[in-house]
Design a protein around this ligand. Structure first.
Ligand code: BGC
Ligand code: BGC
Length: 618
């Protein structure tokens, strides 16, 4: 009896000692990250390790206690994941709540919160919405891209979210793809340069900084090279070409220590990237010595052949470290529209545990995955950051941050035509008509991935400036600004600005086989043309479109891409306060049959070549 007591006291004190050692090691600034990771890993059960590898969509969590119960390592918000209060304060509160549940776990490892902040903190009302990457590509300005990412990181940090699924370093070779606007350029070198700049900006030169977020370079690899520009399609390349075109963005992002990489939905020569051990483990982690962690795309492993258990086995053994799981209890045991079972985070956890017990996923693989995740958490100083206030809330949508957005817009615009120098427009002009669907439409300026996944027309974000309002801000007080949606009133104007383009879309919903303007836009332009007054067309689009007839009719033509909330940047250039400097980062095709057309092609004969862009100064 006595002996037993003594023994248990002894065991208890050893345990207590090792426990306090554990916290000491983790808190001790003198101890290196690798040692901390090792120490913490040695304390973890298999369940806790699998928890770290599990990333759940916030909307799938019916009961936040699951975060504690399963020691979930990460929560994300997908493009359509809604929270009730989308103000910066609302997001911060939500983040704090989730973090709280993770701190109640046995080891208190804080949860990592991730979101698609792909052009600013684009799910937050009143955040600055920056131009989508295609516009930033036309700036050719790495310092500016870094600054943009830095501001985005500051606004993300203000809401206590830690991780953005950006930058996208897709090298898009076919504009029919709905994600073309997420790409800086068709040119691998420019993508590599600007992708690295974005990583630098997000991570602030030091992940531990209070204004840094983890970057996620995506989507590895060949996403922009799928045949016919099909979303989630198949990239048909020999290995040398794949490496030459689609790998440089990752190499340069890795030089800037991108914390994470996301795998692409697409396939390489018919084999899905999510199961591609050669490209993930051998090339990325082996040959290129990548030390960050690899996350899956949204329910992407579910697309591998076989049942969910074999999907997990294949993808984890291929080298994936964290799996993004959009479904939870509400859909447990249900079948999806495609007739396939819906897989939840319960299924993931249960199956992975079994696979380890059966020896089908080696424990060494689990330990490697978890070590990488913990390392990112330590490098980010997550354990301390969750306990302190960063006092950044006033920065969200602040004047100084909007100025950075405005500058990015100015530099992203590409002037395609300027007949008789109708631009710049005089601020003293008597009557100016601002017309077209896009004239007073911040939502259309922003495009997809803005508040909702697909984006929307209209006033989707607070605090933005439409092109119409920007014009009003710029002209003299004697100028009469008239408006119409459809080009009417043109006869009463001395000069006309017509704003047309694409309705917002994201991912496969934007795949488009003809890329012509809508009937409505064509009619608006024709109507303005009938007035015989000089007019400039501003095109809001996620990619080059087939515009020959409209270009012919217009006196001036500006490719404005998807500039985001700071429409003032457009007026600054139209009225000559700032000159045009943007240069095409994509080749502009003459017709749809020419696509795919890319700089360096044989018999290259586009409407406008890569690098084209007029300026005012001769
Ligand atoms: C997209 C990713 C995105 C993820 C999370 C996926 O459908 O392909 O780019 O980061 O969803 O929203
Ligand atoms: C989510 C997106 C995700 C997409 C994938 C949507 O419901 O909101 O984030 O990219 O599904 O299909």
């Amino acid at each position: 009896m006595k002996k037993n007591n003594f023994l248990s006291i002894l065991i208890f004190s050893i345990m207590a000692l090792s426990c306090s050692n554990n916290t000491d090691v983790i808190k001790n600034a003198e101890v290196g990250v690798d040692e901390k990771v090792k120490e913490l890993l040695s304390k973890m059960t298999l369940e806790e390790k699998i928890g770290q590898m599990t990333q759940v969509d916030q909307n799938a969590l019916v009961d936040y206690n699951d975060i504690t119960k399963y020691a979930i390592g990460s929560v994300l918000w997908g493009g359509n994941s809604e929270i009730a209060d989308i103000s910066a304060g609302g997001w911060t509160k939500m983040a704090d709540t989730l973090i709280g549940f993770s701190l109640k776990t046995r080891l208190g490892i804080p949860i990592l919160l991730g979101i698609d902040a792909v052009h600013g903190h684009n799910n937050v009302n009143n955040a600055v919405i920056f131009p989508h990457n295609i516009g930033l590509g036309c700036t050719r300005n790495p310092e500016l891209v870094e600054e943009v990412a830095k501001v985005a990181a500051q606004e993300i940090s203000a809401t206590k979210i830690h991780w953005t699924f950006a930058p996208c370093v897709a090298v898009v070779r076919d504009e029919r793809w709905g994600r073309t606007y997420e790409s800086f350029s068709e040119n691998p070198e420019l993508v590599a340069q600007l992708g690295a700049a974005a990583v630098k900006g997000f991570e602030n030169g030091n992940l531990a900084s209070p204004e840094a977020v983890l970057s996620c370079t995506k989507h590895y690899m060949g996403d922009g090279g799928t045949t016919n520009g099909k979303d989630q399609g198949n990239a048909e390349y020999d290995e040398q070409s794949l490496r030459k075109i689609h790998l440089p963005g990752y190499i340069s992002a890795m030089k800037e220590k991108t914390a994470t990489i996301m795998i692409s939905y697409s396939s390489w020569n018919g084999e899905k990237m999510h199961g591609h051990k050669y490209l993930i483990t051998d090339l990325l982690k082996g040959e290129l010595k990548y030390e960050g962690f690899i996350v899956s795309d949204w329910a992407a492993i579910d697309q591998l052949e076989g049942d969910y258990k074999s999907d997990i086995e294949k993808s984890i053994n291929a080298g994936l470290d964290m799996i993004m799981i959009p479904n939870g209890p509400a859909l447990q045991g249900k079948v999806g529209v495609n007739g396939q079972p819906i897989n939840t985070y319960f299924d993931f956890i249960k199956n992975l545990k079994e696979l380890v017990a059966e020896g089908k996923v080696p424990l060494t693989r689990i330990d490697d995955a978890v070590s990488r995740i913990l390392k990112a958490k330590f490098n980010f100083d997550l354990f301390n950051k969750v306990k302190i206030e960063n006092n950044l809330s006033a920065k969200v949508g602040s004047k100084e941050n909007r100025e950075v957005g405005r500058k990015a817009v100015q530099q992203s615009l590409v002037l395609l035509k300027n007949e008789n120098n109708i631009l710049p427009i005089s601020k003293e002009v008597k009557n100016i008509l601002v017309s077209g669907r896009g004239a007073d439409n911040v939502g259309m300026q922003c495009g997809g991935w803005t508040i909702s996944w697909q984006g929307n027309n209209g006033e989707v974000v607070k605090g933005g400036t439409s092109i119409l309002n920007a014009v009003k801000n710029s002209v003299s007080k004697n100028t009469n600004v008239i408006t119409s949606l459809d080009g009417s009133n043109a006869e009463n104007a001395d000069v006309i600005i017509v704003v047309v383009g694409e309705n917002p879309y994201a991912e496969g919903f934007g795949d488009d086989q003809d890329l012509t303007l809508s009937e409505e836009d064509i009619k608006t332009i024709s109507k303005v043309k009938e007035s015989n007054k000089p007019f400039v067309v501003i095109l809001l689009s996620g990619r080059p479109m087939i515009i020959n007839n409209e270009l012919e009719k217009a006196n001036a033509f500006v490719a404005a891409w998807l500039p985001g909330s700071e429409g003032q940047g457009i007026a600054d250039v139209l009225f000559g306060d700032v000159d045009f400097s943007g240069k095409l980062s994509f080749t502009w095709p003459k017709n749809i049959e020419q696509i795919p057309i890319n700089v360096g092609d044989e018999n290259y004969d586009p409407l406008f070549p890569y690098g084209y862009g007029l300026t005012y100064k001769k």
